[in-house]
Design a protein around this ligand. Structure first.
Ligand SMILES: O=C(O)CCC(=O)C(=O)O
Ligand SMILES: [Fe+2]
Length: 305
Protein backbone atom coordinates (compact mmCIF):
# COMPACT_ATOMS: atom_id res chain seq x y z
CA UNK A 1 0.00 0.00 0.00
CA UNK A 2 2.86 2.42 0.74
CA UNK A 3 3.96 1.71 -2.85
CA UNK A 4 0.62 3.04 -4.04
CA UNK A 5 0.96 6.17 -1.91
CA UNK A 6 4.35 6.88 -3.41
CA UNK A 7 2.95 6.34 -6.90
CA UNK A 8 0.04 8.70 -6.22
CA UNK A 9 2.42 11.33 -4.84
CA UNK A 10 4.49 11.10 -8.03
CA UNK A 11 1.39 11.46 -10.17
CA UNK A 12 0.32 14.50 -8.13
CA UNK A 13 3.71 16.19 -8.28
CA UNK A 14 4.93 15.26 -11.75
CA UNK A 15 1.74 14.07 -13.45
CA UNK A 16 3.44 10.89 -14.62
CA UNK A 17 5.25 7.85 -13.22
CA UNK A 18 7.25 5.00 -14.76
CA UNK A 19 6.92 1.73 -12.85
CA UNK A 20 9.15 -1.23 -13.71
CA UNK A 21 8.03 -4.78 -12.86
CA UNK A 22 4.44 -3.56 -12.80
CA UNK A 23 3.45 -7.15 -13.74
CA UNK A 24 5.10 -10.33 -12.49
CA UNK A 25 7.24 -11.88 -15.20
CA UNK A 26 4.96 -14.90 -15.17
CA UNK A 27 1.82 -12.84 -15.82
CA UNK A 28 3.54 -10.67 -18.45
CA UNK A 29 4.69 -13.79 -20.31
CA UNK A 30 1.20 -15.31 -20.11
CA UNK A 31 -0.26 -12.16 -21.66
CA UNK A 32 2.38 -12.26 -24.35
CA UNK A 33 1.48 -15.87 -25.24
CA UNK A 34 -2.24 -15.02 -25.37
CA UNK A 35 -1.43 -12.04 -27.60
CA UNK A 36 0.51 -14.27 -29.98
CA UNK A 37 -2.60 -16.49 -30.29
CA UNK A 38 -4.71 -13.42 -31.02
CA UNK A 39 -2.25 -12.25 -33.68
CA UNK A 40 -2.41 -15.68 -35.36
CA UNK A 41 -6.20 -15.58 -35.40
CA UNK A 42 -6.22 -12.09 -36.97
CA UNK A 43 -8.03 -10.59 -34.01
CA UNK A 44 -6.13 -7.26 -34.15
CA UNK A 45 -7.92 -4.57 -36.17
CA UNK A 46 -6.54 -1.49 -37.92
CA UNK A 47 -6.39 1.50 -35.55
CA UNK A 48 -8.19 4.61 -36.81
CA UNK A 49 -8.38 8.13 -35.40
CA UNK A 50 -10.28 11.26 -36.31
CA UNK A 51 -8.62 14.52 -37.26
CA UNK A 52 -10.47 17.56 -38.54
CA UNK A 53 -13.55 15.57 -39.46
CA UNK A 54 -11.69 12.75 -41.33
CA UNK A 55 -11.28 9.23 -40.03
CA UNK A 56 -7.65 8.30 -40.71
CA UNK A 57 -5.71 5.06 -40.51
CA UNK A 58 -2.56 4.82 -38.46
CA UNK A 59 -0.57 2.48 -40.68
CA UNK A 60 1.28 -0.14 -38.64
CA UNK A 61 -0.97 0.21 -35.56
CA UNK A 62 -3.50 -2.51 -34.71
CA UNK A 63 -5.69 -3.05 -31.67
CA UNK A 64 -8.23 -5.09 -29.79
CA UNK A 65 -10.74 -3.26 -27.65
CA UNK A 66 -11.26 -5.44 -24.60
CA UNK A 67 -14.28 -3.41 -23.56
CA UNK A 68 -15.91 -3.90 -26.96
CA UNK A 69 -18.79 -6.25 -27.75
CA UNK A 70 -16.75 -8.32 -30.22
CA UNK A 71 -14.01 -9.43 -27.87
CA UNK A 72 -16.03 -12.22 -26.21
CA UNK A 73 -16.49 -13.70 -29.70
CA UNK A 74 -12.77 -14.01 -30.48
CA UNK A 75 -12.14 -17.34 -32.24
CA UNK A 76 -9.38 -18.45 -29.90
CA UNK A 77 -10.75 -16.64 -26.84
CA UNK A 78 -8.85 -14.03 -24.92
CA UNK A 79 -6.78 -16.39 -22.77
CA UNK A 80 -4.95 -14.50 -20.01
CA UNK A 81 -6.54 -11.22 -21.12
CA UNK A 82 -9.69 -12.37 -19.31
CA UNK A 83 -7.72 -12.04 -16.06
CA UNK A 84 -6.88 -8.43 -16.92
CA UNK A 85 -10.52 -7.56 -17.63
CA UNK A 86 -12.06 -9.43 -14.71
CA UNK A 87 -9.47 -9.06 -12.00
CA UNK A 88 -6.25 -7.11 -12.63
CA UNK A 89 -7.77 -3.91 -14.05
CA UNK A 90 -10.64 -3.45 -11.56
CA UNK A 91 -8.33 -4.15 -8.59
CA UNK A 92 -5.79 -1.66 -9.96
CA UNK A 93 -8.53 1.00 -10.10
CA UNK A 94 -9.68 0.10 -6.58
CA UNK A 95 -6.16 0.55 -5.20
CA UNK A 96 -5.85 4.05 -6.67
CA UNK A 97 -9.40 5.09 -5.82
CA UNK A 98 -8.22 6.70 -2.55
CA UNK A 99 -6.85 9.65 -4.52
CA UNK A 100 -9.26 12.59 -4.47
CA UNK A 101 -7.71 14.45 -7.40
CA UNK A 102 -7.93 11.51 -9.81
CA UNK A 103 -11.39 10.66 -8.39
CA UNK A 104 -11.43 7.39 -10.32
CA UNK A 105 -14.76 5.71 -11.03
CA UNK A 106 -14.84 2.13 -9.79
CA UNK A 107 -15.15 -0.88 -12.06
CA UNK A 108 -13.28 -2.06 -15.13
CA UNK A 109 -11.64 0.75 -17.10
CA UNK A 110 -11.55 0.85 -20.91
CA UNK A 111 -8.77 -1.51 -22.04
CA UNK A 112 -7.03 -1.76 -25.41
CA UNK A 113 -4.38 -4.25 -26.47
CA UNK A 114 -2.17 -2.69 -29.13
CA UNK A 115 0.31 -3.96 -31.68
CA UNK A 116 2.71 -1.67 -33.59
CA UNK A 117 4.68 -2.98 -36.54
CA UNK A 118 6.75 -1.63 -39.43
CA UNK A 119 6.99 2.03 -38.48
CA UNK A 120 3.65 2.44 -36.66
CA UNK A 121 3.63 5.62 -34.54
CA UNK A 122 1.32 8.07 -32.74
CA UNK A 123 1.42 11.86 -33.16
CA UNK A 124 1.46 14.26 -30.18
CA UNK A 125 -1.86 14.14 -28.33
CA UNK A 126 -3.64 14.20 -24.99
CA UNK A 127 -5.63 11.07 -24.16
CA UNK A 128 -8.34 13.33 -22.77
CA UNK A 129 -8.62 16.17 -25.31
CA UNK A 130 -11.72 17.66 -23.63
CA UNK A 131 -15.41 16.84 -23.15
CA UNK A 132 -17.08 14.36 -23.53
CA UNK A 133 -13.99 12.32 -22.57
CA UNK A 134 -14.04 11.15 -18.95
CA UNK A 135 -10.49 9.80 -18.89
CA UNK A 136 -8.59 10.79 -15.75
CA UNK A 137 -5.66 8.37 -15.64
CA UNK A 138 -3.83 6.51 -18.43
CA UNK A 139 -1.83 3.40 -17.62
CA UNK A 140 0.15 1.78 -20.47
CA UNK A 141 1.83 -1.58 -19.85
CA UNK A 142 4.49 -2.89 -22.25
CA UNK A 143 5.06 -6.51 -23.26
CA UNK A 144 8.35 -6.52 -25.17
CA UNK A 145 10.93 -8.92 -23.68
CA UNK A 146 13.37 -8.46 -26.58
CA UNK A 147 13.25 -4.68 -26.99
CA UNK A 148 16.68 -3.12 -27.61
CA UNK A 149 17.81 0.45 -28.39
CA UNK A 150 17.36 1.10 -32.09
CA UNK A 151 14.06 -0.81 -32.26
CA UNK A 152 12.10 2.43 -31.88
CA UNK A 153 8.59 2.55 -30.39
CA UNK A 154 9.61 4.67 -27.39
CA UNK A 155 6.85 6.59 -25.64
CA UNK A 156 7.74 10.28 -25.35
CA UNK A 157 6.11 12.39 -22.64
CA UNK A 158 6.23 16.16 -22.85
CA UNK A 159 5.08 17.88 -19.68
CA UNK A 160 4.07 21.43 -20.64
CA UNK A 161 7.11 23.67 -21.30
CA UNK A 162 9.32 21.10 -19.70
CA UNK A 163 11.85 18.59 -21.08
CA UNK A 164 10.77 15.56 -23.12
CA UNK A 165 11.01 12.20 -21.35
CA UNK A 166 11.76 9.26 -23.65
CA UNK A 167 10.55 5.93 -22.22
CA UNK A 168 11.65 2.62 -23.82
CA UNK A 169 8.73 0.13 -23.99
CA UNK A 170 10.39 -2.48 -21.75
CA UNK A 171 8.76 -5.75 -20.73
CA UNK A 172 6.38 -5.51 -17.73
CA UNK A 173 7.00 -1.75 -17.43
CA UNK A 174 4.03 0.57 -16.86
CA UNK A 175 3.79 4.28 -17.57
CA UNK A 176 1.03 6.13 -15.76
CA UNK A 177 0.00 9.70 -16.39
CA UNK A 178 -2.85 12.13 -16.03
CA UNK A 179 -4.90 11.85 -19.23
CA UNK A 180 -5.68 15.58 -19.37
CA UNK A 181 -2.28 17.17 -18.71
CA UNK A 182 0.38 14.99 -20.31
CA UNK A 183 1.12 15.53 -23.98
CA UNK A 184 2.72 12.43 -25.48
CA UNK A 185 3.52 10.54 -28.68
CA UNK A 186 4.96 7.19 -29.77
CA UNK A 187 8.03 7.03 -32.03
CA UNK A 188 7.88 4.77 -35.12
CA UNK A 189 8.46 1.15 -34.17
CA UNK A 190 10.73 -0.86 -36.44
CA UNK A 191 9.88 -4.15 -34.78
CA UNK A 192 6.71 -5.79 -33.46
CA UNK A 193 5.78 -3.99 -30.26
CA UNK A 194 2.98 -4.88 -27.85
CA UNK A 195 1.28 -3.02 -25.05
CA UNK A 196 -2.05 -2.63 -23.35
CA UNK A 197 -3.61 0.55 -22.08
CA UNK A 198 -6.10 1.06 -19.27
CA UNK A 199 -7.95 4.37 -19.41
CA UNK A 200 -9.55 5.02 -16.03
CA UNK A 201 -12.48 7.43 -16.02
CA UNK A 202 -12.80 9.96 -13.20
CA UNK A 203 -15.58 12.00 -11.62
CA UNK A 204 -13.63 15.26 -11.60
CA UNK A 205 -12.35 15.71 -15.16
CA UNK A 206 -13.27 18.47 -17.61
CA UNK A 207 -14.93 20.70 -15.07
CA UNK A 208 -15.62 24.22 -16.30
CA UNK A 209 -12.32 25.43 -14.81
CA UNK A 210 -10.47 22.76 -16.83
CA UNK A 211 -11.88 23.73 -20.23
CA UNK A 212 -12.91 27.39 -20.18
CA UNK A 213 -10.02 29.82 -20.58
CA UNK A 214 -11.79 32.97 -19.40
CA UNK A 215 -10.41 36.53 -19.00
CA UNK A 216 -10.41 35.99 -15.21
CA UNK A 217 -8.05 33.04 -15.55
CA UNK A 218 -5.68 35.10 -17.69
CA UNK A 219 -4.94 37.71 -14.99
CA UNK A 220 -1.33 36.70 -14.42
CA UNK A 221 1.20 39.07 -12.84
CA UNK A 222 4.05 37.56 -14.83
CA UNK A 223 4.73 34.98 -17.54
CA UNK A 224 6.46 32.84 -14.90
CA UNK A 225 3.18 32.74 -12.99
CA UNK A 226 1.30 31.89 -16.20
CA UNK A 227 3.73 29.07 -16.96
CA UNK A 228 3.40 27.62 -13.45
CA UNK A 229 -0.38 27.67 -13.83
CA UNK A 230 -0.60 26.03 -17.26
CA UNK A 231 1.96 23.35 -16.37
CA UNK A 232 -0.47 21.80 -13.93
CA UNK A 233 -3.82 22.80 -15.47
CA UNK A 234 -5.75 20.88 -18.14
CA UNK A 235 -6.30 24.35 -19.69
CA UNK A 236 -2.85 23.89 -21.30
CA UNK A 237 -4.79 21.85 -23.90
CA UNK A 238 -6.23 25.11 -25.25
CA UNK A 239 -2.72 26.43 -26.01
CA UNK A 240 -0.74 23.30 -26.75
CA UNK A 241 -1.26 22.97 -30.53
CA UNK A 242 -0.14 26.57 -31.06
CA UNK A 243 2.84 26.39 -28.70
CA UNK A 244 4.02 23.10 -30.23
CA UNK A 245 2.70 23.75 -33.73
CA UNK A 246 5.65 22.35 -35.75
CA UNK A 247 5.91 19.28 -33.52
CA UNK A 248 2.20 18.47 -33.87
CA UNK A 249 2.30 18.73 -37.66
CA UNK A 250 5.55 16.83 -38.13
CA UNK A 251 4.39 13.92 -35.95
CA UNK A 252 0.95 13.84 -37.60
CA UNK A 253 2.46 13.55 -41.09
CA UNK A 254 5.03 11.01 -39.91
CA UNK A 255 2.20 8.89 -38.52
CA UNK A 256 -0.16 8.90 -41.52
CA UNK A 257 2.54 8.81 -44.18
CA UNK A 258 4.22 5.70 -42.81
CA UNK A 259 4.76 3.60 -45.90
CA UNK A 260 3.96 0.32 -44.21
CA UNK A 261 0.35 1.34 -45.00
CA UNK A 262 -1.33 -0.04 -48.13
CA UNK A 263 -0.66 3.13 -50.05
CA UNK A 264 0.89 6.49 -49.37
CA UNK A 265 -1.66 9.19 -48.50
CA UNK A 266 -2.72 11.37 -51.39
CA UNK A 267 -1.33 14.85 -51.84
CA UNK A 268 -4.88 16.12 -51.47
CA UNK A 269 -5.32 14.49 -48.04
CA UNK A 270 -1.91 15.76 -46.95
CA UNK A 271 -2.84 19.30 -47.99
CA UNK A 272 -6.12 19.12 -46.13
CA UNK A 273 -4.40 17.89 -42.95
CA UNK A 274 -1.87 20.72 -43.10
CA UNK A 275 -4.70 23.20 -43.73
CA UNK A 276 -6.78 21.87 -40.86
CA UNK A 277 -3.78 22.03 -38.53
CA UNK A 278 -3.04 25.62 -39.57
CA UNK A 279 -6.67 26.64 -39.09
CA UNK A 280 -6.62 25.19 -35.58
CA UNK A 281 -3.40 27.04 -34.74
CA UNK A 282 -4.66 30.34 -36.21
CA UNK A 283 -7.84 30.18 -34.17
CA UNK A 284 -5.74 30.02 -31.01
CA UNK A 285 -3.27 32.70 -32.19
CA UNK A 286 -6.04 35.21 -32.91
CA UNK A 287 -7.14 35.11 -29.28
CA UNK A 288 -3.89 34.59 -27.40
CA UNK A 289 -0.97 35.75 -29.56
CA UNK A 290 1.28 37.43 -26.90
CA UNK A 291 0.97 34.52 -24.47
CA UNK A 292 1.60 31.91 -27.19
CA UNK A 293 4.61 33.83 -28.54
CA UNK A 294 6.13 34.04 -25.07
CA UNK A 295 5.54 30.30 -24.47
CA UNK A 296 7.00 29.43 -27.88
CA UNK A 297 10.15 31.37 -26.97
CA UNK A 298 10.33 29.63 -23.61
CA UNK A 299 9.96 26.28 -25.36
CA UNK A 300 12.85 27.08 -27.74
CA UNK A 301 15.06 28.29 -24.87
CA UNK A 302 14.40 25.01 -23.05
CA UNK A 303 15.35 23.02 -26.14
CA UNK A 304 18.70 24.71 -26.62
CA UNK A 305 19.64 24.90 -22.92
O1 LIG B 1 1.60 2.84 -27.63
C1 LIG B 1 1.82 3.58 -26.68
O2 LIG B 1 2.87 3.54 -26.01
C2 LIG B 1 0.80 4.67 -26.32
C3 LIG B 1 -0.36 4.74 -27.25
C4 LIG B 1 -1.19 5.97 -26.99
O3 LIG B 1 -0.70 7.04 -26.72
C5 LIG B 1 -2.65 5.89 -27.05
O4 LIG B 1 -3.20 4.82 -27.38
O5 LIG B 1 -3.32 6.89 -26.75
FE1 LIG C 1 -2.17 8.32 -25.84
Amino acid sequence: MSGDNELLARLRNEQFAVVDDFLSLEFANKLLRSSQELIKSNAFKQHRFSFGGSLLEKPGVFEIDLSGPTCSKMPSGLGAWNDVVNDFAPSFVKRLAVDNALALKSGTPAIKVQLNTGGGSFPWHYDNPGPPSERSLTCIVYLNPNWTPGDGGELVLWPFLSKQIVVPPLHARAVLFRSDTVLHRVLPSKVRRLCFTMWCPGNAVNRQSDVLLSKDVLQFRSYDEAQAFFCQSPLQRVLSRAVYSEDYLESLLECVENESGHEKISLQLKRSLVQQHENNVNQIMVKLRPLIQEFRERKTRREIS
